[in-house]
Ligand binder design. Structure first.
Ligand code: NAI
Length: 483
């Protein structure tokens, strides 16, 4: 079996060397094809941080084991890590956080065991990076939460939870505020949950979830979240078990999977051979299990746990009275402990099994599903305009443009209604949303909207616009605060 390996930047090559040494000593029947990715590839002029040959290798082999990679700052280039996850639709980011004996934390001292799995959506949300300056003062980020994108993630989470024998699967969200986007994610969660009646599925608002995780982490098992909230919550969970040095990550797609540590390139300690390779090793162990190397994975993980338990540590953690090992010595200690079993948390040695073969070529895009069975009606439009005027004078001008098809119903500033009612205490920025609805609730078409757009542009700079749709008699847009 062959996989693609990218050494990465900063501490990447050092920790990757340590991990591959451990794999080699374990006599893994695994071959590596090293690929060119990372900062130095950006510097060579490849704008997405990888060479075309590397892309072909990864797409052919289907598995990428990668070290952390630096995103060059201020050059307008996007992170190669994010590009890789999105390009290859690795839609589920799975991070497992377990108590590691020998790693001192508040919870290990209190004898509270932690075993959390965070499944984070990996493609959508604000990570599309679709951002615009609407005026010189106002920036806007678009947040995509889609039904197919949420469903594929949530189905993976439930399937994984079932295999794991999960006792609780929880959706973290902010649907109380973001009723449409997080509301859609939450609806998808409960829709999938119906297919798994044997699992206890529930939901918690993300801020409450954070509070509960730091007070009672043992009350959770599998947690499913959208991308940005999942990013934050998973780093919080990393802190519960000892920090980023112990946080592995698997980016799972139907065709390509990427295994990597959660931490970055640690430029402050790069080149010194002192970095902690545990997170990358745990990611590698997850990859071995994914590939069916169950026995090798258990032997390596038990040796790691035994090593940690015996007090061997790198400089970033552990008992300071015991001298720290460097990266190479830490890897050698693990190798010398092959066959040993830790006193707590030992992994059962299961036989290796063949990996499930995957078909790498897509015949058609399975994401293009949509449920347009309901009646769709355009009932208005939100026009986002630039203006330094007060709401009353904007309203007067807008009403002149409303014509015979539209009525002006609301003006809001940063989501808070300021006309027809509002408060003098609401602070204003130079960008308003003027909401027009159809007069007499007559259905509108796109030509009507364009007509209004042209008319309104005589008075205002229109920064952007959004249609107001009714689907099956239900509003497919939010109301302004106070509307
Ligand atoms: P970082 O994770 O590289 O470092 C944060 C702190 O943790 C530093 O003090 C570092 O020394 C320490 N640290 C991290 N990993 C360690 C390890 N294995 N052993 C011991 N100490 C460790 O985060 P930072 O500084 O924000 O990012 C540095 C670069 O890494 C940036 O260019 C960023 O874009 C990139 N990055 C890449 C990621 C990836 O490839 N998946 C993820 C996160 C950041």
């Amino acid at each position: 079996m062959k996989i693609a390996v990218a050494r990465g930047d900063g501490i990447g090559p050092e920790i990757m060397e340590a991990v591959l040494k451990i794999f080699q000593a374990n006599k893994l029947a695994l071959e590596y094809e090293f690929v060119e990715m990372g900062k130095w590839v950006f510097d060579k002029g490849f704008s997405d941080g990888m060479t075309p040959e590397s892309k072909i290798t990864i797409e052919t082999l289907g598995i990428l084991f990668k070290g952390p990679m630096e995103t060059p700052k201020g050059k307008g280039v996007k992170s190669v890590n994010v590009t890789a996850r999105k390009t290859w639709n690795t839609y589920a980011n799975k991070r497992v956080f377990q108590t590691l004996h020998g790693v001192d934390t508040v919870f290990s001292r209190a004898g509270i065991p932690i075993d959390l799995t965070v499944i984070r959506e990996n493609i959508e949300d604000t990570y599309g990076g679709i951002e615009h300056m609407l005026t010189h003062d106002v920036s806007l980020s678009r947040r995509f939460i889609t039904r197919p994108g949420s469903l594929q993630l949530i189905k993976y989470a439930f399937e994984m939870a079932k295999k794991k024998g999960t006792w609780r699967i929880t959706c973290g969200h902010k649907a109380n505020i973001m009723k449409i986007t997080d509301g859609l994610f939450l609806d998808c969660f409960y829709e999938v949950a119906k297919e798994y009646p044997e699992l206890h599925a529930d939901d918690v608002i993300v801020d409450d979830l954070c509070m509960k995780l730091v007070t009672k982490p043992n009350e959770f098992d599998v947690i499913v979240l959208t991308n940005l909230q999942g990013d934050i919550v998973s780093d919080l969970c990393a802190g519960l078990v000892g920090g980023l040095g112990f946080a592995p990550s698997a980016n799972i797609g139907d065709h390509i999977c990427i295994f990597e540590a959660v931490h970055g390139t640690a430029p402050d300690i790069a080149g010194k051979n002192i970095a902690n390779p545990t997170a990358l090793l745990l990611s590698g162990v997850a990859m071995l299990r994914h590939l069916g190397f169950m026995e090798n994975a258990a032997i390596i993980e038990n040796a790691l746990l035994y090593t940690l338990e015996s007090g061997v540590h790198t400089g970033d953690f552990g008992d300071k009275s015991i001298p720290a090992s460097n990266t190479t010595e830490f890897a050698e200690a693990i190798i010398s402990n092959f066959g040993k079993t830790p006193s707590r948390g030992a992994k059962p040695i299961l036989p290796n099994m063949p990996a499930t073969p995957t078909l790498f070529k897509l015949a058609k895009n399975p994401m293009m599903i949509s449920k347009e069975t309901e009646e769709e009606k355009i009932v208005g439009v939100d026009m986002f305009i630039e203006s330094e005027e007060q709401p009353e004078s904007i309203a007067k001008k807008c009403q002149r443009h409303a014509g015979v098809k539209f009525k002006l119903v609301s003006i809001s500033n940063r989501g808070t209604q300021v006309w027809p009612t509002g408060s003098v205490y609401t602070n204003l920025v130079n960008q308003y949303n003027v909401r027009f609805e159809s007069l007499d609730e007559d259905p509108l078409n796109q030509q009507d909207i364009i007509g209004l757009y042209v008319s309104l542009s005589g008075n205002f700079k229109i920064c952007s616009s959004e249609l107001l749709n009714m689907w099956g008699g239900k509003r497919a847009y939010s109301l302004a605060q106070g509307q």
